[in-house]
Design a protein around this ligand. Structure first.
Ligand code: CP
Length: 326
């Protein structure tokens, strides 16, 4: 077998692992597809440690990152991931684009599509906007977060972090705490963790719990101590004030008192419970600074590191058909 044949065979086996053109959400994926993406991501963790064999995988390919909402982690790690695989990367600065002159999302997408990108990564403040866009373009589309709907690569990087620390996902007790109502991170994590057999609990004030959240296969709590009891994983969420109209909590001080993670509330979780947060963090609002920086228990920095590996794996997977045809 020539090296090209080997690459083609590997890519064709990838197609069976993840037989989709886009990554728009976790909902609807199978456990096997998620496991495939996590296993491939795991192989990219080693990439940082010297395995540079796949550096040219996306050479000659174009990745456009189109972010209509602010981002530090997702945008930077998609850019880094694409560059590490050798792609040409364009970060569209929406603030200085023709969107500011009134161009619609769809017209923007069709315009970019005419430049023949291979992958479009999109973040938008409206739930469903990325799926709509994916129906208007020829390239692969990755959802970098749409409104309060889904943030699939965040859930994958969270799962990779948990799997590396705990050795499994199935059977773990995972508490997702805070503004569940507005959180796309919570939704994608709930889908992924329940598909993979974890026991998921959501903890929030009643105003920040989605109606009938139990239909997603989770149990819900309005008391941190009850929800955190015996938890293996404690995942904290930011108050998404940019998605709130009106007041959902009496005050930040009250919110921290009842729902902020501190050592006292954490004491009811398992002694080796892992502390997670997708970022950006609001210290003193949803999490105490000391807990966030606890090097023995906090996996927050590792989550960021895993983000690059996951995004490399997703870019690799969604472009494999281009390599068969070349
Ligand atoms: N977790 C996350 O999506 O962070 P950014 O908003 O910085 O991309």
């Amino acid at each position: 077998m020539t090296p090209q044949d080997e690459t083609r065979a590997a890519d064709q086996s990838d197609a069976m692992g993840y037989p989709h053109r886009h990554l728009l959400g976790i909902e609807g994926l199978t456990a096997g597809e998620i496991e495939f993406l996590l296993d491939l991501s795991e192989s990219y963790v080693d990439f940082h440690k010297g395995d540079r064999g796949r550096r040219g995988l996306l050479a000659g390919r174009t990745v456009i990152n189109l972010f209509f909402e602010n981002s530090t982690r997702t945008l930077t790690s998609f850019e880094l991931a694409a560059k590490r695989l050798g792609a040409d990367v364009i970060n569209m600065a929406v603030g200085v684009s023709s969107v500011k002159k009134g161009e619609t999302l769809i017209d923007t997408a069709v315009t970019l599509n005419a430049m023949h990108p291979d992958v479009l990564t999109v973040r938008h403040d409206q739930s469903g906007a990325v799926k709509l866009l994916s129906e208007k373009v020829n390239c692969a589309v990755i959802n970098g977060g749409d409104g309060s709907h889904e943030h699939p690569t965040q859930a994958l990087l969270d799962a990779l972090t948990i799997r590396r620390r705990k050795g499994r996902l199935a059977g773990l007790k995972v508490a997702i705490c805070g503004d569940v109502l507005h959180s796309r991170v919570a939704r994608s994590n709930i889908h992924l963790l329940t598909i993979m057999g974890a026991e998921v609990r959501v903890i929030a004030p009643p105003t920040l719990l989605p109606a009938k959240v139990e239909r997603l296969g989770v149990s819900s709590y309005i008391d941190m101590r009850e929800g955190l009891a015996d938890a293996d994983i404690v995942m904290m969420l930011r108050l998404q004030t940019e998605r709130m109209q009106g007041s959902y909590v009496p005050s930040i001080r009250e919110y921290f008192r009842f729902f902020g993670l501190d050592y006292d509330k954490l004491s009811v979780a398992k002694p080796d419970a892992l502390i997670m947060h997708p970022g950006p963090m609001n210290r003193g609002v949803e999490i105490d600074s000391e807990v966030a920086d606890d090097i023995g228990r906090s996996a927050i920095r590792e989550q960021v590191e895993m983000g690059v590996a996951v995004r490399m794996a997703v870019l690799d997977t969604l472009t494999r058909h281009l390599r068969w045809n070349s």
